[in-house]
Design a protein around this ligand. Structure first.
Ligand code: NAD
Length: 435
């Protein structure tokens, strides 16, 4: 998202920000899945305790001179959840809803995600409580630089490598890279990923998460003996992840029968033209007014009769309130945390095959890994090479999770957590405890 678009987005502040419903508390959602997997793995109590705690939580106060001459102080966080397998990796979000609990949960998810796809990173996340809607580009730049300076000791290509997340983008990554480089006295491109291609970004990074969703969906359809051609798909969220996933699935022969964004959705049982919808959003910013089908609400889209449902917008959209009404055969979780832990069991009962977020949307961090590798090599790959390497990792990871699911007779989510936790635990056993 560009800051210009970002400045036009309406702020949404959860009224219950400090008191999430237990079902929707992100750290609890992560931990309940972690506990189940740890129990099945018979994880030894010591390692269980280590993996249940974040390694480091940093709280920052960043004073920023606003355009009107006033000084504002912004609270921020950077959480390094686990770095046993390599440098911490995880995005930075600018949002009014940021809490330490949420950042910690997202950092843990990053740890498991990197382990599921077996890339040599640990997990981290950062966030600053701010309202980008009310800030000028200059204020955003000053905030970014001051926040970067306050976490500079943990940052570095070998220690902690941020990336974009909600309301941060390539431009913000460029400011972080520049601030870090000024501090160390030379240009260090590998300190962040998701950068502009002109300054060390990777080809294929923008499409990587949606491409990973497409690859996982195809694997799931093959496993279930369902054809790709003509398979109906509904996609919630038509941003970076959702629109690319829809476009690539359509190219593979799927019928995209529903799409939605924050303004609502549109369905057409005969299939929508995704390229046309993308052009519409480029012109009008949202899907509002897109008339190539029938208008539906997001809730109706989620419960529509489709083969594949691809939530790619927000967390907590499939809950105990609507899980019983979901009619899809496959759910591919493009978003982070779209399904609550309590809803998992209801989806299982209905026999819905869920490709969990830590596998389904891992294409993004995988190509971030390629970006870091290219920056360190100083040699840049073609888009074909990036896409080929991504395909190999996504397919291998999907099959590894599926094999574990079959072996332990568990669902794909539990299997993905088991695979991730066992990989992280193995490294802890090999490294031992320092001092
Ligand atoms: P984005 O900002 O590009 O797009 C988000 C989309 O969701 C927009 O179309 C927006 O209108 C829609 N949306 C927002 N609120 C909504 C609501 N209440 N109901 C329906 N739609 C709504 O964001 P993105 O980068 O596509 O990320 C989407 C999800 O995927 C997030 O959960 C993000 O954490 C996750 N994710 C993204 C990446 C990545 O590489 N971009 C990687 C892994 C996971």
């Amino acid at each position: 998202m560009t800051p210009d678009v970002l400045l036009q987005t309406a702020p949404i502040v959860r009224p219950d920000k400090d008191r999430f419903l237990q079902e929707e508390n992100p750290f609890e959602a992560m931990m309940s899945r972690f506990d189940r997997a740890a129990e099945l793995l018979d994880l030894e109590p010591g390692i269980y305790k280590v993996l249940r705690h974040p390694e480091k939580q940093i709280i920052t106060s960043s004073p920023v001179m606003m355009d009107n001459g006033d000084v504002e102080v912004f609270t921020g966080y950077r959480v390094l959840y686990n770095t046993s397998r390599g440098p911490a990796k995880g995005g930075i979000r600018f949002d009014l809803n940021v809490t330490l609990d949420e950042v910690t949960a997202l950092a843990a998810w990053m740890t498991w995600k990197c382990a599921v796809v077996d890339i040599p990173f640990g997990g981290a996340k950062g966030g600053v409580i701010c309202d980008p809607l009310k800030m000028s580009v200059g204020e955003l730049e000053r905030l970014t630089r001051r926040y970067t300076a306050s976490i500079i000791k943990t940052l570095g290509p070998d220690s902690d490598v941020p990336a974009p997340d909600v309301n941060t983008n390539e431009r913000v990554m460029a400011w972080i890279m520049d601030t870090y480089s000024m501090h160390v006295g030379h240009t260090v491109t590998a300190v962040v990923t998701g950068k502009p291609i002109e300054m060390g970004g990777s080809r294929g990074r923008r499409e990587a998460t949606g491409r990973g969703c497409m690859l996982c969906t195809k694997q799931a359809l093959a496993h279930l003996g369902m054809p790709v051609k003509g398979t109906s798909v509904a996609v919630q969220g038509f941003g970076n992840v959702g629109s690319v996933a829809a476009q690539l699935l359509q190219r593979e022969g799927c019928r995209i029968v529903g799409i939605s964004d924050r303004t609502g959705g549109v369905v057409n049982p005969k299939g929508l033209d995704v390229d046309d919808a993308i052009r519409y959003v480029q012109q009008h910013r949202t899907l509002a007014g897109y008339a190539k089908g029938d208008a539906v609400t997001n809730e109706e889209l989620l419960t529509s009769e489709v083969d594949v449902l691809l939530p790619a917008a927000l967390e907590n959209v499939i809950t105990t309130k609507n899980a019983a009404q979901i009619r899809a055969k496959v759910i591919c979780e493009g978003a982070n945390g779209p399904t609550t832990a309590a809803a998992d069991a209801m989806l299982d009962e209905k026999g819905i095959f869920v490709i969990p977020d830590i596998l389904a949307n891992a294409g993004g961090v995988t190509v971030s890994y390629f970006e870091w590798v290219q920056d360190r090599e100083g040699y840049f790959w073609t888009e074909e090479r990036v896409n080929e390497a991504l395909k190999e990792i996504m397919e291998r990871s999907f099959q590894a999770v599926l094999n574990l699911a079959r072996q332990h007779k568990v669902n794909m989510r539990t299997a993905a957590y088991m695979l991730a936790i066992s990989r992280v635990a193995t490294v802890h056993r090999l490294r031992g405890i320092y001092a």
